[in-house]
Design a protein around this ligand. Structure first.
Ligand code: ADP
Ligand code: MG
Length: 357
């Protein structure tokens, strides 16, 4: 490494995100259990040092922001203890849909909700994802009105993540379906609602149409913003194992296909990131010979793991090192839970680990 000039290579840290003040939307994604939530919380904590108002949003149905912060995080932005400018929220598409239905029934002035419920049920069963799309657009409307400087999204595992980008297509389909329903069953839902004391026939469909059109316009604007590298970037989190590196490559390719900027990879749970496997192995071989057999076995197991990790970290730098900021995060001896531990761990995202050790 010594005779190789690496001064032009991207820095091995997430400092570039802190420095890029234009960023409004930062996505954090990767396989389950690799450390997305931990990374989102740590990045949020670091951003909070330099931005006026920061929000972390979990869109992963398996929410664990509450576990990470050791604090109940609600459906609305919840201020995080130990910060005066960091909030977090967990969103739930089912909950949001129910609220939306209620608000539509309320604003129709009708006491009966059978019409709108039938319409909603028809739409959600024939257009998968419409509930998520509508709930996401509500979230974006809310978040945009609260003027956060930057929002960090703790996303669902890969596969799910890029669903966001298919929302425009889903909305087009939903609008088409609604038109079709209106033509075919126009009177029916109206009649049903009239029969149960509901308001004006057709009013529900029109209201729904209005909602969907509003949703479409928000989603289209949001997608443009997500495809603007000045505003949006995607941080890929992985661990140094075959499947995770493989998945990361798929994610990186998919992001590039959809025109979403990504130039950061966090490799989490790295054993002794500052040490070289070969040197460490030699040192251990020399210095553990007199230890009891069990102790030697424990060291050998650790070394085997370390060697495997180094192989995948090497592959990661070969694949991405020229274009991506590749940040190594150490495997700790304890879970990264609670504000103090998160704050402390988050320093590793910014201060590159000295690989020359
Ligand atoms: N570098 C690390 N060292 C030790 N424990 C970690 C590390 N990163 C994450 N963890 C722990 O691993 C578990 C899973 O991490 P989490 O961030 O929730 O993953 P994800 O959101 O990708 O499912 C959590 O209990 C977390 O505290
Ligand atoms: Mg998580």
């Amino acid at each position: 490494m010594a005779d190789f000039d690496d001064s032009d290579l991207p820095e091995p840290s997430l400092k570039n995100i802190i420095d890029q003040e234009s960023l409004q939307w930062v996505f954090v994604g990767g396989k389950g259990g690799v450390g997305k939530t931990t990374t989102s919380c740590c990045l949020g904590a670091q951003l909070a040092k330099y931005r006026k108002k920061v929000l972390i949003v979990s869109t992963d149905p398996a929410h664990n922001l509450s576990d990470a912060f050791c604090q109940k995080i609600g459906r609305e932005p919840t201020p995080i203890n130990g910060f005066d400018n960091l909030s977090a929220m967990e969103i739930d598409a089912n909950d949001d849909m129910e609220k939306m239905q209620e608000s539509m029934v309320e604003s129709s002035g009708s006491e009966d909700d059978s019409g709108i419920n039938a319409l909603m049920a028809e739409l959600t069963s024939s257009i998968p994802g419409i509930d998520e799309a509508m709930s996401f657009s509500e979230l974006m409307k809310q978040v945009q009105s609260l003027d956060y400087d930057v929002v960090v999204f703790d996303t669902a595992p890969t596969g799910h993540t890029l669903r966001l980008l298919s929302f425009p297509t889903i909305l087009e389909k939903a609008l088409g379906k609604l038109m079709e329903l209106k033509d075919r069953f126009g009177g029916l839902i109206g009649q049903a609602s009239a029969m149960f004391g509901g308001g004006n026939p057709g009013q529900m469909q029109d209201m729904m149409l209005g909602r969907l059109e509003e949703t479409r316009s928000i989603i289209n604007k949001v997608n443009d913003a997500f495809q603007d590298p000045e505003l949006t970037t995607f941080v890929c989190v992985c661990i140094p194992e075959f499947l995770s590196i493989f998945e990361t490559e798929r994610l990186v390719q998919e992001l590039s296909k959809f025109g979403i900027d990504s130039h950061n990879i966090v490799v989490n749970q790295v054993l002794f990131p500052e040490k070289d496997a070969e040197e460490l192995g030699e040192w251990l071989a020399e210095n553990t010979a007199s230890l009891p057999k069990e102790a030697q076995e424990i060291c050998a197991k650790m070394m085997a793991r370390k060697k495997m990790q180094d192989k995948y970290i090497g592959q990661c730098f070969d694949l991405y090192g020229d274009d991506f900021n590749v940040t190594l995060m150490p495997l700790l001896d304890y879970e990264v839970r609670g504000v103090d531990k998160l704050k402390q761990f988050s320093e590793n995202l910014i201060d590159p680990i000295d690989l020359e050790g």
